[in-house]
Design a binder for this molecule. Structure first.
Ligand SMILES: C[S@@+](CC[C@H](N)C(=O)[O-])C[C@H]1O[C@@H](n2cnc3c(N)ncnc32)[C@H](O)[C@@H]1O
Length: 328
């Protein structure tokens, strides 16, 4: 990645040449010598003799790597694919194409990715307004779609003759709508009470504290409490489409148990793996670009000692811009 001049308070995670040498050795590459990786999670008491992909970053094209991953090994899959836009991923440019070609692209890998999901598993796939119709058709071809989350991104490029794009979609699907895991208690949101109603003088469904009056609410499918990572945040990297840790924390806490396996076939800077680690889950990610893989590994190393997820503390998600209030 190109070297940039940065301000003193800039906390963007970067890589030195020495770090790259160490981090590169942690990556799995697909060669004939390590093609057999089953089972990803060795059965209790049985040591797998072969390379395990558990808690690993695979530096490969997902189409090359997928055949070597065991089927039905993931409890939760999070997919953040290239959207139907021109985007430069560290020298490899994804080009915008017509809707039919984009859908063909999606269907060249999506069914294979779904085969990696356990029968009780859940899958989330991210997109913007332009590719969301193609994403929905892909999701419906393999899974039962249970919802579409809309994330208000806040940041976006202004347009002279169009509305600025300020949202993204996250499709939520499962293999078996009668048998999947969802923990709503783990993703409750802490919101300021606007009209603090009392019954017999006591707060009704809200809490009084030194910081103010708050209520724990069930999360809806409209998310307006998450900012895009920016330069003063400790999770920030130079990846052009890095997702916020807080966003993935909601997906992981709602749709997996501690110890479960989270799989991301378009890992980018490693957000899914890092959040999985911070929340006590296993992870596996595939990423084409070696530099992004190394960034993911550096973030995983930092997560050994720093388990903080901005906007999530004391087991609850806080409203945007309330960082000064939550205790660490
Ligand atoms: C939208 S970004 C994912 C960003 C990620 N969610 C994060 O938080 O950093 C998509 C990523 O997929 C990678 N990619 C594109 N085509 C790929 C392929 N065929 N196999 C593996 N990775 C690929 C790109 O290099 C890019 O980093």
């Amino acid at each position: 990645m190109e070297e940039k001049k940065r301000a003193g308070r800039n906390r963007t995670i970067t890589l030195t040449d020495t770090e790259k040498q160490t981090l590169k050795n942690r990556l799995i590459t697909i060669t004939e010598a390590n093609t057999v990786v089953e089972p990803a999670v060795p059965e209790p008491g049985r040591r797998s003799e072969t390379t395990t992909v558990l808690d690993k970053t695979i530096n490969a094209d997902l189409l090359t790597a997928l055949p070597y991953l065991p089927n039905e090994f993931a409890d939760l899959i999070i997919i953040d694919p290239p959207y139907n836009l021109r985007k430069n991923f560290n020298g490899k440019v994804f080009t915008a194409r017509d809707e039919e070609s984009y859908e063909e692209y999606l269907m060249s890998w999506f069914p294979q990715v779904c085969r990696k999901l356990k029968p009780t598993g859940s899958l989330y796939m991210c997109g913007d307004w332009k590719c969301t119709a193609a994403l929905q058709r892909a999701m419906e071809s393999e899974l039962t779609v249970l919802n579409r989350i809309t994330w208000q991104r806040e940041k976006g490029r202004g347009a002279k003759a169009n509305w600025k794009n300020g949202m993204e979609d996250i499709w939520f699907g499962v293999k078996d709508p009668d048998n999947y895991y969802f923990d709503v208690e783990a993703v409750k949101q802490k919101r300021r009470v606007i009209a603090p109603y009392r019954e017999d003088g006591k707060p009704k469904d809200w809490e009084e504290s030194e910081e103010g009056n708050f209520r724990l609410t069930c999360p809806s499918n409209f998310w307006d409490d998450i900012s895009v990572p920016f330069w003063s945040m400790p999770e920030n990297t130079d990846h052009p489409t890095q997702k916020p840790e807080k966003l993935y924390a909601k997906l992981i806490l709602a749709s997996s148990r501690p110890g479960d396996v989270i799989f991301d076939p378009f890992l980018g800077s490693g957000t899914a793996s890092v959040v999985a680690k911070k929340l006590g889950r296993h992870w596996c990610g595939i990423e084409l670009n070696e530099e992004y893989c190394m960034l993911a590994e550096k973030r995983l190393e930092l997560a050994e000692t720093d388990k903080d997820i901005q906007g999530y503390s004391d087991g609850v998600f806080w409203e945007r811009n309330s960082a000064a209030l939550y205790k660490k």
